[in-house]
Design a protein around this ligand. Sequence first.
Ligand SMILES: Nc1nc2c(ncn2[C@@H]2O[C@H](COP(=O)(O)OP(=O)(O)OP(=O)(O)O)[C@@H](O)[C@H]2O)c(=O)[nH]1
Ligand SMILES: [Mg+2]
Length: 329
Amino acid sequence: MKIALTGQSGCGRSTLYRALAGSSSADTAKPLTVHVPDSRIDFLTEHWNPKSVVNATVTFFDVPSPAFSPRNMGRIKESSAVALVLDNYALGNMEETFLQSESELMISDLAIMEKRVARLTKESKAKQAEAQLLLRAMESIENEIPLRLIELTEQELDLLSPFSLASLKPLLVISNRAGEGVSDETAIAELVKMHGGAFLGIDSGFELELCDFPEEDRGEFLESMGFTASGKARVLSEAYSLLDLISFITMGRDEVRAWPIKRGSSALEAAGTIHSDLARGFIRAQVIPYDLFRETPSEVELRKTGSIGLHGKEYVVQDGDILEIKFSV
Ligand SMILES: Nc1nc2c(ncn2[C@@H]2O[C@H](COP(=O)(O)OP(=O)(O)OP(=O)(O)O)[C@@H](O)[C@H]2O)c(=O)[nH]1
Ligand SMILES: [Mg+2]
């Protein structure tokens, strides 16, 4: 999963990037890949002592404003979500900046759609549905309504997906504050919600300083500042829910691994995520819910009590399901 960190100059984007990297010398020109912390993977690693452990990962880009310059836009296009950082440590005035940044995203979408519509009107009748949809989306933007707020069917989303439109992507807004923040966050949080985004407050400067402290002391510091978890953990967990992702798990002596997947995915889709052969030759999915394994960490014991499920292609995978795909090719 890729996330574009964007925001106006001086909002603290690079500070947040470095806090996420856990290093004040991280090079913000490069993509940053971080592991998604997962206590389930930690437990299973302890249990199996496997040759390799693969956590889910998220890659962040530090994307300067304006978003619509071609290089910046490329980064946003390849991301599955946009995280907009707002300065609340020096200036505040977050609503105004937020609306300005929303406009940047929308202007870039408008340019993409205008080009496409101009081509479509010259083309065959077969493309009329797409042209109509684009015109509707363009009208929404002309009324300053980001695309993430308009109602779209699955088919319409499929039609729009090749354009990778920025204002259609899930949005996370981060108030970058020092301590309490200079502005109260009630109004901006409400505005972001109205725009279909999620909202978080993070003190990036403080989080970056924390990186120099031993890991076991950080929790206490965070708590003293009124935070329940590190900024990194909160950004990652918010990104998961924003993108409606869950993780299933595969385990064994060779590898313990978390696999991010869209909530509601079937066992067959999960199999395909691991390898196309597993989907092609799918027979059954053996499923152990993580909590069950945590309680009784033995497949033999679980089998005795009949607790291991065997499911077909249509089974809807749950967060934390430990899967073993039975297949033959
Ligand atoms: N106290 C405090 N200072 C911060 C925080 N975030 C950023 N700063 C300071 O603000 C200045 C600008 O922060 P950067 O992270 O470089 O901002 P940026 O958004 O990357 O800026 P550009 O790359 O110039 O667009 C730096 O001097 C940071 O130390 C914060 O949360 N708290
Ligand atoms: Mg910077």
